[in-house]
Design a protein around this ligand. Structure first.
Ligand code: 4AD
Ligand code: MG
Length: 430
């Protein structure tokens, strides 16, 4: 007996196969009834006809509630009108478990209800499609860096350092002292870059974000490359090459899922290099021209980002930021000490910042001064300062937030649906 995935049914036309899965829906028209079965790889319509099956199987229709688990054997038939282009002529159905009153019915539910049932909501068509795209974004990311000679160097989750400011740190007990959950793997990647040249890490990062926005999670996944002998321009070269690679990969490998999500892919097709590069000053000019009341020197808010990104048909990279609003480790512009050599990439269509990075301060004494200026304790940075004592070189890197990238590619407005189990200010369960 051929046990097959629904996504592979097309290879078995005319053959008898067995599929294992869950009941999505049933529908009866008297002498014929249908089960839409899902197995995680797709959906298939299974047709039960009185003459083609035994009585026991034919009488199962009222018992097969939504999400009951079953094993169905039948013959694969081409059927253009059916999902996937094939259907199954049922010979027998074996019930594994009858599901009791599945809480998510086809009727509309509120997001809070659905989020409370996230462990089940994952089975729904749209959520399923979003998370399949997430899978491909992560695969494309790993492939990209692996193919370009980067070495994976995992950064720790428990740290003693604040990398991205002290206001969003999660402090946890660590035996007889305390530790922080990492905000970014960057500092460790800088050590990695000095050891291997080109490195990256991929893991969960944590920010005690008190803001309740559609773009913030308290736990999100970041991929962070770091490159030795690299300046800001070359860093932007890597960022645009990488982001266009992810998008093109998804266009090719997530066609069905993007269709399910009704994503207009014409805007994604435009995401090819080179991406526009503008300075912070240019960005402020754009805001002024569009009548936005913005005070020079501040960070861009969600709507500012949308106004700026709407000027371009692909992601835009904004570089050379007021140093006061950027992290302590950023190198200053040789031509203007008030500017940090940082870069943010904004996704098109109002999806906001997906990449943050830049060139790092590589001078030991300057870095010591910055740590003090930022009011950070010197002791936990001793190892980091070592990197500027033993063969310090210009280096740069960036971090891409997986969830914001998935939100953009899938066209989903709220980031909470782009991660299997979101963590936010108000949500720790399920
Ligand atoms: O801009 P950020 O804070 O940069 C860093 O952490 C650098 N240390 C990275 C580096 O240079 N290696 O964060 C990088 C990206 C953002 O552009 C955004 O995509 C995502 O991480 N991000 C968040 N995503 C979801 N929820 C949050 N609270 C996020 N904060 C940042
Ligand atoms: Mg940022």
């Amino acid at each position: 007996m051929n046990q097959v995935n629904i996504s592979d049914l097309g290879n078995y036309a005319g053959e008898e196969v067995t599929v294992k899965g869950w009941v999505y829906k049933t529908r009866s028209i008297g002498k014929i009834w249908f089960v839409i079965l899902r197995d995680g790889t797709g959906l298939v319509q299974c047709v039960v006809v009185k003459e083609e099956t035994d009585d026991e199987t034919f009488n199962l229709e009222p018992i097969l509630t939504q999400e009951s688990s079953v094993i169905i054997t039948g013959t694969v038939r081409e059927e253009a009108r059916s999902v996937g282009g094939f259907e199954l002529g049922v010979k027998s159905i074996q019930i594994i478990q009858v599901s009791e009153e599945y809480p998510i019915s086809p009727k509309e539910h509120g997001t809070d209800f659905l989020m409370n049932h996230r462990h089940l909501w994952l089975r729904s068509k749209l959520q399923h499609a979003i998370l399949r795209v997430r899978h491909q974004v992560i695969k494309a990311s790993r492939d990209f860096f692996d193919q370009n000679g980067f070495i994976l160097v995992d950064s720790p989750i428990f740290t003693a350092n604040a990398a991205e400011g002290t206001t969003s740190l999660f402090e946890v007990g660590y035996f007889d002292r305390s530790a922080y959950l990492t905000q970014s793997g960057q500092l460790y990647q800088e050590a990695g870059a000095m050891a291997f040249g080109k490195v990256y890490c991929f893991g969960p990062t944590f920010r005690a974000e008190k803001s309740k926005t559609r773009r913030h999670l308290t736990e999100f996944w970041m991929i962070e490359p770091e490159i030795a002998f690299c300046d800001l321009e070359q860093d932007m070269d890597w960022a645009e090459k990488y982001v266009s690679y992810i998008v093109q990969w998804c266009l090719e490998h997530c066609k069905t899922d993007l269709e399910t999500l009704d994503r207009d892919v014409s805007t994604l097709e435009k995401v090819v290099t080179p991406f526009p590069r503008i300075t912070y000053d240019d960005a402020v000019e754009i805001l002024k021209k569009n009548g936005v009341d913005f005070e020079y020197g501040g960070d861009f808010g969600g709507t500012d980002e949308t106004v700026i990104s709407e000027q371009f048909d692909r992601p835009v990279m904004i570089h050379r930021w007021p140093a006061e609003i950027k992290a302590f480790y950023m190198k200053r512009d040789a031509e203007n000490d008030n500017l940090a050599m940082g870069v943010d990439m904004l996704a098109p269509e109002g999806h906001g910042e997906i990449v943050g990075g830049g060139q790092r301060e590589d001078d030991h004494d300057t870095l010591v001064r910055r740590i003090k200026e930022h009011g950070l304790p010197m002791e936990p940075f001793q190892w980091y300062l070592d990197l500027r004592k033993y063969g310090s070189v210009p280096h740069a890197g960036f971090g891409l937030g997986i969830e914001r990238t998935v939100a953009w590619i899938t066209g989903i407005r709220h980031i909470r649906e782009t991660i299997p189990f979101p963590r936010t200010l108000t949500r720790l369960e399920p």
